[in-house]
Design a protein around this ligand. Sequence first.
Ligand SMILES: *Cc1c(COP(=O)(O)O)cnc(C)c1O
Length: 362
Amino acid sequence: MKYDRTYNFSAGPAMMPEEVLEEIRDEMMNYQGSGMCVMEMSHRSKVFDQIIKEAEADLREVMNIPDNYKVLFVQGGGTLQFAMVPMNLMKNGKAVYIETGSWSKKAIAEAKKYGEVIVAASSKDKNFSYIPDCSDLDIPEDADYVYICENETINGVTWNKLPNTKGHILVSDQSSMFLSKPCNVSDYGLIWAGVQKNVGPAGMAVVIIREDLIRDDLPHWVPTYMNYKTHADSDSLYNTPNCWAIYCCGKVFKYLKKIGGLEVMHQRNLDKANLLYDFLDHSKMFTAAVRPEDRSLMNVPFVTATAEMDAEVVAASKKAGFDNLKGHKSVGGLRASIYNAMPKEGVVALVDFLKKFEAEHK
Ligand SMILES: *Cc1c(COP(=O)(O)O)cnc(C)c1O
């Protein structure tokens, strides 16, 4: 790789496309003749106004977002959305959540502070290694929404078929699969994603919300910043936004347009993931942790027979120049996060390394 960079398999913050980083570098000292770096720029300036407007327009184009949805850039990362969703969408004080792993568990715990949470399906019984059947859920008539984590970053499961919400609004945490494949936005009431997994630098979430779900009758205790209406009414410029993240994400949206959009990205992601899963399924030493039909294209957890051997693989991988292959502390084992910006060569190199390790440790 150029610049002596490492193949970084981190779950996030994660790799960004090299050509995007190069563009950012080239514009660092003087952004397009403005005489400033974007980090130094007023968020009320004309130059920045164009940056944020273009970022939104490009994202709308890439995801084909219908006009009746608002796009919001909100600080507080992914975690703030665990609270903002129930604060803003619980009208009847009741919502249905599907429990599929660590991040949906966090969302459930937070939502319980604001209302009644009904866990209508869970894959806890098998250590969150699959997506439960959600074709015929028991959903109370007055539930305000159905919530899923569309890709569980830690557990490595993903939804290939959305739940049957029986007419209720679907809310999805897309943090670790955002922009990894085409998305039919009108299937959802609200999509949100922390950007540091698959797009840009940490510290921001993109929220895509159907306009009619933005309320002006929230209880007075809801902080101004945490009301979606605040951001919608001010085009994400109510206060100083994360200008730097907006700028970098905007570059990535343009990059996605340039390579041919989400269909092309999806194909590349399928190629990469298939390479790795195919190796794992044929290996005698390594095992993929997730049921084949629910496997994430982005986060690939796998194990050897023992925790000691897992640790040995991680140590050897570090020596060989791969970073962040250790599984999350809550589940152990190994995990390769292979987001949009991980080049295919990185996955090929990883598979070669694992093959060699296996041959040497027979
Ligand atoms: C990382 C992650 C989050 C939390 O994001 P932060 O920005 O760290 O708060 C939430 N959901 C999913 C699926 C994630 O991968």
